[in-house]
Design a protein around this ligand. Structure first.
Ligand code: 13P
Length: 255
């Protein structure tokens, strides 16, 4: 393991929260809270807030990401947003395959792959989410499932594009439940993800790829989770909506 090779990435996922007007206040509070970060700081916001977020974060150390992207370049896809539209706004990151999209919006491993490819081809960095449900953990298939999700999400992703891929391990049972994975559970699955990356792309790329943990990460548990050799950052939901909590997680990742 060589964690020193990887700069931690702390990314907020605002989900369907904050109007553009409300976002101004939160970003004003976030800027001083994360200004001394020694890690990459990203906020992924709703589409309607992206333009405001990009404008507000100019000249700061906060990067802006979207929460989803469509896989076609343009066309008759009412209500969808393309990767080029995000790039044009100044967005740098995008989440693909979040479990809430898989659960509520019929996202499949194949569409996650298509979205990830489209994002990478447009020059975005993709934060690709994988993770098991509680039933799957209890069935003892976590590792197989996460391996499968990772392999399908990365179909046709080139070695060059892997420098713009982050994998986020988010156990579904830990999201928004206050039930965090233990640092051992997070480490075990993040290490398994790195192993599959090694099988697909070789040791060097596997060692260089950021693998995050997400699921009820907060100011109190971040340091312990991030102390694990294969946990290179966090994808933060609820706690990313509070500047002090998000700032504390960023500080933990900067140690
Ligand atoms: P919570 O931090 O609210 O559990 O959400 C995690 C998540 O889904 C981030 O993408």
């Amino acid at each position: 393991m060589n964690k020193a090779k990887r700069k931690p990435v702390i990314a907020g996922n605002w989900k369907m929260n904050k109007t553009a007007t409300e976002a101004v206040e939160l970003i004003d509070a976030l800027i001083p809270a994360v200004k001394d970060a020694d890690c990459t700081v990203v906020i992924c916001t709703p589409f309607t807030t992206l333009a405001t977020a990009v404008e507000k974060c100019k000249g700061t150390n906060i990067c802006v990401g979207a929460e989803n992207v469509h896989f076609e370049k343009s066309g008759a896809y009412t209500g969808e947003i393309s990767a080029d539209m995000l790039v044009d706004l100044g967005v740098k990151y995008v989440i693909t395959g979040h479990s809430e999209r898989r659960q509520y919006f019929a996202e499949t491993d194949e569409t996650v792959n298509k979205r990830t490819k489209a994002a990478l081809e447009a020059g975005l960095t993709a934060i690709v989410c994988v993770g098991e449900s509680l039933a799957q953990r209890e069935q003892g298939v976590t590792e197989e499932l996460v391996r499968l999700q990772t392999k399908i999400a990365l179909q046709n992703v080139t070695a060059e594009e892997m420098s713009r891929v982050i994998i986020a391990y988010e156990p579904v049972w830990a999201i928004g439940t206050g039930r965090t994975a233990t640092s051992e559970q997070a480490e075990e699955v993040c290490a398994a993800i790195r192993k599959v990356l090694g099988e697909l792309y070789g040791e060097e790329i596997a060692e260089a790829t950021v693998v995050q943990y997400g699921g009820s990460m907060n100011a109190a548990n971040a340091e312990e989770l991030l102390s694990k050799p294969n946990v290179d950052g966090g994808l933060i939901g609820g706690a990313s909506l509070k500047a002090d909590a998000f700032g504390a997680i960023v500080a933990a990742a900067s140690k």
